[in-house]
Design a protein around this ligand. Structure first.
Ligand SMILES: Nc1ncnc2c1ncn2[C@@H]1O[C@H](COP(=O)(O)OP(=O)(O)OP(=O)(O)O)[C@@H](O)[C@H]1O
Length: 638
C-alpha cells in the first residue's frame, strides 16, 4: 500500500518540485548583488568571500545570501577565466543548489554553471563532490575552473584512476573534488571495509577517540554531503544497472584447468539446438540437448565435472564468454591482459574485472595469463550510494525521458532551463541501408562531401572494431583522418582540439560523446560549423542525442546525420523476431530502405532496449531491498 500511495502522489510532487523556480526574480537578485561585487578589488573579493563563509555557515543557503555568493562567483569567473555566467546559468546554478536536476541543452556551459552552487556550498563548509563520467572530464573541468575557486580561497582536488590512497585523501580533503562516479563509489566501499563492523556513526566516533586516529585517519572520504552530478542521466540511470563490487583475490589454481575444459566443451555445442543466445537480453539458455551433450563430454574429464551444478554453471559461463563478449567490442587485449571497455564512455577500465569467474573465462579464451578468482568483499548499487548524500543535484542535456525514474529513485525533480541563444543545430535526413557494407560506403561519401566544403566532421562509432574498420576505408579513399578510441587514446585533448579544424575528420567511439567540447574557429562557423555523423544508434536515444550535441553549441551552426544499416548491433540485439524476418525480406528491396521505415525500426528497437535496461535497474534495487530484509537481524548491508 505504501508503494501504491507513493506512486499515486509521485507525479504531483515531482511537478511541484520542478516548478518552484522564479527565474526573473532570481536573476534580478543576483544582478543587484553583482553591482557591489563589480566595485571590489582583489583583497575586497577575498574579504567578501570570508564574510560569506561566516554567514553561510551560520544561516545556510538563504536566497539573499546565495544571490550574493552567486554574484561574487560570477564576477570572479569574468575576471579570472574571462567567462561571465549567463542569466540562464544563474538559474541552472540555483536549481543545483536546491537539490534538483537542471536540464540544460548540450553545450550550454554546465561546467561553468556548476561553479555557482559548488562555491556557495563550499563556502558554507560542505565538502562538494562534482561527479562526472570519465577521468578526462574530471581533470579538464577541475583545471578549467581552478582559477575561480582559488580566487575565493577554495581548494580543488581531482580523483583519477591509478592514484594512491594518500593522493586520494588529499584530493577529498579539498573544498571541492572533481571525480568520476566509479572512483567515488569504490573509495566509499574501501572506507566501508575499513569501518568493518562499526556500521554506525557513534561507533566510528568512539573508535576515533579510543584508537587515537589509527583507523579513522585512513578514511579516504570526508562524508557524503553535497554532490553535483554532471551528465546525471548517465551516472544515475545508465550506470546504475550494475552494482559496484570490491573483490579479494583467492587462489583457485585448480579452477584454471576447469576454464579450459569448459571452453572446450562449450565449443562443441551447437547454437539453436543445444543453447539459445538472446543478444538483446544478453543471456544464454542451455537446452536439454545441451545438458545431455555436456554430461557426455564431461565424462572424459572426471573430478569436479562429476557434480551437475558445477558442470552446468561452468559451461554456461563459457558459452557467455564465447557468444556475448567479443574482442574489440566489450574488451581489448593489451599486453596479454583482458581490459574491459566501458560501454558508456568507450574508455578502458584497467583495474576492473567481471564477476563470478567470467573474467578468467575470457582470459582463458584469449590465452592470457589468469588472474586469481575473486570473492566479494563489499558491494553497493549506484542507487543506494547516491541516495546517501545529504544534498544531491544533477545536470544534463537529456533528462526528460528519465525524469520519472530520477524522482522515484533519488527524489530528484527535473527542471528545464532555456538555452542562452537560439539553437542552430540542423538534422540532415537519416539514411538506412540493408547491408553494413552499403552503409560504410555512404558514410565515406558523406564525409568526403563535407570535407570538400571545408567543414570538420566528427564520426561516432559504437565499438573500437567499427572505428578501425572505418579508418581503413577512409585510408583506402585517401581521406586523412584521426582516430580516438580505447586503443588509441593518447593525446586525447590534442585530438579534440584539432577536431574543430577546417576539413578535419575525426573518427571516435563514445570517448568523444558526452562532455566533449569542440571549439570552433570563426572561419569554420562561417562554413556551417561541425558536422556529426552517427554510424550506429545506441540502446538509448539519449546517448545518440549527446553525440549530436557536439555540434551546434552556444548558438553555433552545425548539422548531424545518422547513417545506419539493418546489420547494426541495435537491430540485431533488439529488433526481435519480426525485425529479423523483415530484415530478410527487405534485402530484396535494394540497398536503402525508406526513411520512415528505418526510423520506425530504430524507435522500436530502442524502446525494447530501454525497457530491458529499466528492468535490470529495477532488479538491482530489488536485490538491495532483499539484502536489507535478509540482513535485518545481522546489521546493515553493503
Ligand atoms: N558564460 C559563458 N561565457 C562564455 N563562454 C561560455 C560560457 N559558458 C559556457 N561557455 C562555453 O561554452 C562551451 C560549452 O561549455 P561546456 O562544455 O561546459 O558545456 P556543457 O553544457 O557541459 O556541454 P555538454 O552537455 O556537451 O557536456 C565551452 O566552450 C565554454 O567555454
Amino acid at each position: 500500500m505504501d508503494r501504491w500511495a507513493q506512486a499515486a502522489v509521485a507525479p504531483v510532487l515531482r511537478r511541484l518540485r520542478a516548478s518552484v523556480v522564479r527565474r526573473e526574480h532570481w536573476v534580478q537578485q543576483v544582478a543587484a548583488a553583482g553591482v557591489e561585487c563589480a566595485r571590489l578589488r582583489e583583497e575586497g573579493v577575498k574579504s567578501m568571500a570570508q564574510d560569506l563563509r561566516a554567514s553561510l555557515t551560520k544561516t545556510g543557503f538563504r536566497p539573499a545570501l546565495a544571490a550574493k555568493a552567486f554574484a561574487l562567483v560570477r564576477e570572479v569567473a569574468a575576471r579570472t577565466i574571462g567567462m561571465r555566467h549567463f542569466d540562464v546559468q544563474l538559474v541552472g546554478g540555483w536549481i543545483l543548489l536546491t537539490g534538483r536536476v537542471a536540464e540544460m541543452e548540450t553545450g550550454e556551459g554546465k561546467t561553468l554553471t556548476a561553479t555557482l552552487p559548488a562555491c556557495t556550498a563550499a563556502l558554507a563548509g560542505l565538502p562538494v563532490h562534482i561527479v562526472t563520467v570519465n577521468d578526462y572530464l574530471a581533470a579538464r573541468d577541475a583545471d578549467l575552473m581552478r582559477p575561480v575557486y582559488e580566487s575565493l580561497g577554495l581548494s580543488v582536488g581531482t580523483i583519477v584512476q591509478g592514484m594512491t590512497p594518500s593522493e586520494r585523501q588529499a584530493a577529498y580533503a579539498c573544498d571541492i573534488t572533481y571525480c568520476t562516479g566509479k572512483e567515488l563509489v569504490f573509495d566509499y566501499l574501501k572506507d566501508r571495509i575499513l569501518v568493518g563492523t562499526a556500521s554506525n556513526r557513534l561507533q566510528v566516533h568512539l573508535d576515533r577517540l579510543h584508537r587515537s586516529h589509527t583507523r579513522s585517519t585512513d578514511f579516504l572520504l570526508r562524508g557524503l554531503q553535497y554532490a553535483i552530478v554532471d551528465e546525471a542521466d548517465s551516472v544515475l540511470i545508465d550506470e546504475a544497472k550494475t552494482p559496484l563490487v570490491i573483490a579479494r583475490c583467492t587462489d583457485n589454481a585448480a579452477e584454471h584447468k576447469a576454464y579450459e575444459q569448459a571452453l572446450h566443451m562449450a565449443r562443441q555445442l551447437v547454437e539453436g539446438r543445444d543453447f539459445i543466445v538472446d543478444r538483446g537480453e544478453r543471456t544464454v539458455r542451455v537446452q536439454p540437448s545441451g545438458e545431455t551433450r555436456t554430461t557426455e563430454l564431461a565424462t572424459a574429464f572426471g573430478g569436479l565435472w562429476r557434480g551437475r551444478r558445477r558442470r552446468e554453471a561452468l559451461v554456461h559461463q563459457a558459452l557467455i564468454a564465447l557468444h556475448l563478449f567479443h574482442r574489440d567490442q566489450q574488451y581489448l587485449v593489451q599486453e596479454s591482459k583482458v581490459q574491459i571497455i566501458d560501454e558508456y564512455t568507450g574508455r578502458l577500465m584497467p583495474d576492473r574485472s567481471w564477476e563470478h569467474g567470467l573474467h578468467q573465462m575470457i582470459q582463458t579464451k584469449e590465452a592470457c595469463p589468469l588472474d586469481n578468482h575473486q570473492s566479494t568483499l563489499a558491494r553497493i548499487s549506484y542507487q543506494r550510494f547516491f541516495r546517501r548524500y545529504l544534498r544531491l543535484a544533477g545536470m544534463t542535456g537529456t533528462a526528460q525521458e528519465v525524469a520519472r525514474e530520477l524522482w522515484s529513485v533519488y527524489r530528484l525533480g527535473v527542471v528545464r532551463v532555456p538555452s542562452n541563444r537560439p539553437l542552430r543545430r540542423r538534422r540532415i535526413v537519416d539514411q538506412v541501408y540493408v547491408r553494413a557494407d552499403d552503409k560504410w560506403q555512404a558514410v565515406v561519401r558523406s564525409i568526403a562531401d563535407m570535407t570538400q566544403q571545408g567543414r570538420p566532421v566528427l564520426v561516432g562509432t559504437r565499438t573500437v572494431a567499427a572505428s578501425e574498420h572505418l579508418s581503413r576505408l577512409l585510408g583506402g579513399a585517401g581521406l586523412e583522418h584521426q582516430v580516438l578510441n580505447a586503443r588509441q587514446d593518447r593525446d586525447e585533448a590534442a585530438v579534440i582540439s584539432r577536431a574543430a579544424e577546417s576539413g578535419r575528420i575525426t573518427v571516435a567511439t563514445n570517448m568523444a560523446g558526452r562532455g566533449t567540447d569542440i571549439r570552433l574557429d570563426p572561419d569554420v562557423v562561417a562554413r556551417g560549423g561541425l558536422h556529426v555523423i552517427a554510424t550506429e544508434r545506441h540502446d538509448s536515444g539519449r546517448i545518440d542525442r549527446q553525440l549530436f550535441g557536439r555540434c551546434g553549441r552556444q548558438g553555433d551552426p552545425g548539422t548531424y546525420q545518422t547513417i545506419l544499416s539493418l546489420d547494426d548491433q541495435l537491430f540485431v540485439d533488439h529488433g526481435g523476431s519480426v525485425g529479423r524476418r523483415l530484415r530478410g525480406m527487405l534485402g530484396c528491396l535494394g540497398a536503402r530502405i525508406p526513411q520512415w521505415l528505418g526510423n520506425f525500426f530504430c524507435w522500436r528497437a530502442q524502446q525494447r532496449a530501454e525497457r530491458l535496461q529499466a528492468r535490470m535497474r529495477r532488479a538491482v534495487m530489488k536485490m538491495d531491498e532483499q539484502l536489507d530484509s535478509t540482513l535485518a537481524f545481522t546489521g546493515r548491508s553493503e
